[in-house]
Design a binder for this molecule. Structure first.
Ligand SMILES: [Zn+2]
Ligand SMILES: [Zn+2]
Length: 455
């Protein structure tokens, strides 16, 4: 199996690129054996053969295996052509045949083992077609496939499709052709990526408009420049909108990002951290056996999506800016947080290694990062010197004195403990903009139990 090594490739959406010299062009000849990579010419293909040979052969083999399995199960029940005549009532028939399982397995291997890791425009497009088909054929046998689809769509610039896909996952449609409602991993995806990409586009248009204001350029030229600064197809209309619309749009984007960011944390406390320090997770061999909320789940999610994060210019930078505010506001509260940590420890809910002040600060600022996205966004379209950015604001957080209930090991489920310690919960609940309803929901989710060892 190939290990993906190009999580941090060139910024921007996938384009055809020579594997040898990295030159890009709309039309480049393709490797005829694997149809997954491209080169400027024969010379560059030969020069790259040593590096590409093994992947090339493996893709070819995986495709041959898939054709053989497809042939096999067609012959299994010659009267029932399930691939071409798939319909709602045939789902159980489809899975009644053992050979379909081998067929699905071969398809899964081709996509996840070989096509996605190569990560070119060709291989990702082909992988996406397979994946969309696979979840139509079987929800049960392609459980982690829906989690890989949104990031692949974003990499291919299919932002609208990504949006629609996630929505249909969340809605839980009864249509058997729609993705399954029980797709937990897509929940983790829904958040930041998609919305952050749009926020960055809005920022860029506002910035361009500000920079161009007062210049003698005719308005159609200014409009053209504004069109050039957006990345997502969903943002193509922004240049026509009023400045009021743009700032309203920025505000709603950021609000959505904040809510979704908190939701991600409720589902998996590791994911935010991995976004800032991804290297270990990205170099860990891919695995599909992990429990919900575990580090393994966060790592797998990151492996599925990091390239999309990386390629969306400005997105990780915005997160890093927000974290600067989170750090600044968290520092004065360090002592109180330590106290909460001590309480958690005394009650036996928290038994990890004692962290240094720096580690604690780093940890808490990551937990709070989504809260500061609005400031990061406002700063990012400020055109003056960095020292004069509108960042001299009041701290946003108050530590909450009283908790709804004391933290304790969860009753009735032996050996189960809350997922977060007191300090971590306080770090989130202190956001001044949360309603009481939000607080109750977040508190409940963060108190959710997990069996020990799944941390
Ligand atoms: Zn080349
Ligand atoms: Zn090849």
């Amino acid at each position: 199996m190939l290990i993906q090594t190009n999580f941090k490739g060139p910024k921007g959406p996938l384009v055809h690129r020579c594997q040898h010299c990295k030159a890009t062009a709309e039309h480049l000849p393709r490797c005829s054996a694997c149809k997954a990579v491209r080169y400027c010419n024969d010379e560059h293909q030969r020069a790259h053969r040593g590096k590409h040979k093994s992947a090339c052969n493996q893709i070819k083999k995986a495709r041959a295996k898939l054709s053989a399995e497809e042939e096999r199960f067609r012959n299994d029940k010659p009267t029932f052509d399930v691939v071409n005549n798939y319909s709602a009532h045939s789902v159980s028939d489809f899975w009644g045949m053992l050979s379909t399982r081998y067929y699905m397995r071969a398809r899964y291997d081709l996509v996840v083992g070989y096509l996605l890791p190569v990560a070119t425009l060709d291989s990702s497009s082909e992988a996406l077609e397979h994946m969309v088909d696979m979840i139509k054929q079987s929800r049960e046998e392609s459980l982690d496939i829906p989690g890989m689809i949104p990031a692949t769509m974003l990499r291919l610039g299919l932002d609208q499709e990504c949006h629609d896909f996630i929505k249909s996952c969340c809605k839980g449609s009864s249509d058997p052709h729609a993705p399954s409602a029980s797709v937990t991993h897509s929940d983790v995806f829904e958040p930041p990526e998609d919305h952050l990409k749009l926020a960055v586009d809005v920022i860029n248009v506002i910035k361009a408009r500000k920079a161009l204001a007062g210049t003698p350029l005719p308005s159609e030229i200014r409009g053209k420049i504004e069109m050039e600064v957006v990345r997502s197809p969903l943002s193509a209309h922004l240049y026509r909108e009023s400045s009021e619309y743009l700032s309203r749009r920025a505000t709603t984007c950021v609000e959505q990002i904040r809510h979704l960011g908190i939701h991600v944390m409720e589902l998996n406390k590791h994911f935010n951290h991995l976004l800032f320090t991804p290297d270990l997770a990205l170099s860990t061999p891919p695995s599909s056996s992990y429990s919900l909320g575990s580090w393994g789940e966060a790592a797998a999610t990151l492996q599925n999506s990091y390239a999309a994060w990386w390629e969306a210019e400005g997105v990780l930078e915005l997160l890093a800016d927000a974290r600067v505010y989170a750090l600044r506001d968290t520092e004065p509260q360090l002592e109180e947080m330590r106290e909460s940590e001590r309480i958690s420890r005394a009650r036996g809910i928290h038994d990890g290694p004692i962290s240094t002040d720096d580690e604690m600060l780093a940890h808490m600022s990551v937990i709070r990062v989504w809260t500061y996205m609005d400031w990061a966004v406002e700063d990012s379209w400020y055109l003056g010197p960095v020292s004069e950015r509108p960042s001299g604001r009041q701290p946003r957080f108050q530590l909450q004195d009283s908790e709804p209930e004391p933290l304790k090991p969860v009753q009735g489920e032996e050996g189960c403990y809350p997922r977060f310690n007191m300090a971590e919960i306080q770090a989130v609940l202190g956001d001044e903009r949360l309603s009481d309803e939000d607080r109750r929901r977040i508190y409940g989710a963060m108190m959710n139990s997990h069996p020990p060892g799944t941390n």
